[in-house]
Write a protein that binds this ligand. Sequence first.
Ligand SMILES: [Zn+2]
Length: 256
Amino acid sequence: MMKVHHLNCACLKPVGGKLFPSVLPEHIVCHCLLIETAHNLVLVDSGLGVRDNQNPKRLGFMSSLLGVTPAPQLTAIEQVKRLGYSPSDVTDLVMTHLDFDHAGGIDDFLGVRVHVSAAEYQACFGSTELRLRQRYKTVRFDHDVKWQIYEESSDWMGFKSAQPQALPKELVCVKLPGHTPGHFGVALETRDGWMLHAGDAYYDRRELERKSMPVGLSLFQKVAHYDYATAMKTQERLRLLENVRVFCAHDPQEMP
Ligand SMILES: [Zn+2]
């Protein structure tokens, strides 16, 4: 059975959040998972990397808006060491998507397999659309990344899904479209049942529960979701999931 650690791998303080806490959250996290299997470690998302913390400017305008605050001790690689492992124990990185606040570890864990959907890979490297070319910070992917690319050909609880190669069958990539062209959630079957890391399918628990949430956050989403209408449909389907512990990447209230 797998052991799952929940890690926060970045410190983000959205501009205006401190002054207007009812409009924007003061602080958001990058909720990542470190999974201990029988043979290796697998990371689900990776927050910001070492070089991002040294030089947040390389991440562009969105990083200023999101208030990237250097916190090198929060990088996945430092937390892996603090838990008593070697960074080389990490063999696989499963990405919900390739936005800058999720993909920093690709730069830090050289030589690992990086699992991503075919649509996300295409959006990041093969699109001529200006919006997408500006969105992804491919500066991190200059080295030889071992991309593992998936089409969704199976089903997980009514969602299209894919089974990453060479990883435990308890880990399933689930298509949750809208936020980016190839956005995945990552489902894990544990002793206590299924959990689903929903990436950026939503930003705040209240959204899933249809409670009112900070207006600045709602506005931010209209910009951040690549396809807003599809993202809203995905949320609707997430609300219908039963007996699955769902959490997203950025809500601090959801960190255990
Ligand atoms: Zn994000």
